[in-house]
Structures are given as C-alpha cells and as structure tokens.
Design a binder for this molecule. Sequence first.
Ligand code: JEW
Length: 243
Amino acid sequence: MRIDVITIFPGYLAPLREALLGRAISAGLVDLAVHDLRTWTRDVHQAVDDAPYGGGPGMVMRPQVWGEALDAVLALDERPARIVVPTPAGRPFTQATAQAWSGDERLLFTCGRYEGIDQRVVDDARRRDLTVDEVSIGDYVLVGGEVAVLVMVEAVVRLLPGVLGNPASAEQDSFSDGLLEGPAFTRPEVWRGLAVPDVLRSGNHAKIARWRRDRALERTAERRPDLLAALPEDALDDADRAF
Ligand SMILES: N#Cc1ccccc1Cn1ccc2ccc(-c3cc(N)[nH]n3)cc21
C-alpha cells in the first residue's frame, strides 16, 4: 500500500515512522510519502489560506494550492488513490472503514487546517471521478487533520497482512464481531490483592471462550448499547441471549 499525506506540518506525521508502522515501512509493506502543501504555493508569503466568503470566524484553505498539490501528488503513482479528507463534518471512520480501506492500493490524505479546505477542491476531485471520502474520527473538533490521519493510518496499516506479529489480534479486535473486547489479565495471579478470574486459569477453553464472550456482551451492553442494537439478527446465539 502506498500512502501519501499532504500537510503544512510534515513534522506532525513523524510518528508514522516509529514502532509498528515504521517496521511496516522498513519491511516494504507500506510506502509512505509526506508532502508539504507550501511546495505548491506561488507567492513570496507561501499563503495557503484566505478569508471566508460570507464572513465568519477564521480562515479557509485556498483551492488553487490544494488543486495543484493534489494533481501533482496523484501523478506520482499510476495506482488509483482513495482521497481521504478528515473533517468534523465527515462520515464516521469506524473499524469497518479501516477494514475496507486496508484493501486499497493507495490512500492519499489531505490535512486541512484553519476552518477547513475550500469545498470546491473536493467537488472538483469528485467530478473527475476520483474517490473522495470526507471522514470524522469522532464527535469533537481538532485543530487540523494531521492527528486524524495518524489515527486512521494506524487503524488501517495494522490490518495489512504481515504487519501484526499475530494476525489473530486483528481478527479478535474490539468491533471485529460487533462487540467491545472484555477485560484482559496477565501475571501475577494476584496483584494488590486482586486475583485473576479462576476460569482463565482453568485450562478449559470452552469455558474460557464463554466467559470472555459474556464479559464482552456485558461491557458492550453497559458502555455501547448502540453497538448491541446494531448487531445483525444472527449475531447472537442462544447462549448469548441467555446471558
Ligand atoms: N475542518 C474544520 C474545522 C471546522 C471548524 C473548526 C475547526 C476546524 C479545524 N480543522 C481544520 C481541518 C480539520 C480536519 C479535521 C478536523 C477534525 C476531525 C474530527 N473528527 N474532528 N476535527 C478538524 C479540522
């Protein structure tokens, strides 16, 4: 997978070259290129923003700079790219989104700042039949798109074959079966007077699986009843319903 990121703060994306993601890049599983948007400015001040039409607070990012940047970065590779625009006004980015995008050949992230990017940049890309996804990582407002890109790239890249040491980790993710993950424990057996649940030390794999499923159902019902309500009809078996 090729990943391009366009931003006025390239340094914000440095964490993508650390740890697991850094190893995925070194292993050739991911090609990452970060581009400074100001490369495509033409004025001495390298202006990337201007006042909003219709008035209002803040500034809006200029379409000309973004249009030239997108055209240039898209042209760097013939593979089709999904253009991702982080925005508080986007469709929710979920585990299902990450799963879907993990099958893409190329992702191109555009990091806005100020009050966002002139809408015509997205409109122009779409009318050229480019795939453009405007996505939100949560119902809160960040200062720019860079942090959202860090979140989305990590969520997607960890799903690529060969990235996680144990692929089962991704298969047993929270949300992979529509439920939250239950509690996890490791040594010591007792810590500050708190013991690991006996069933987890029983060696009875059927009982352990049932216990873990019950804890996941319990936690989901308590913290995210919306996820429980959204489960497909056949997602819960009789034992689940009995819980
Ligand atoms: N746009 C916008 C905007 C609108 C109003 C106030 C502040 C901003 C700042 N901003 C500029 C770029 C940008 C990108 C993504 C987010 C973002 C995503 C999530 N899920 N929250 N915030 C915010 C971003």
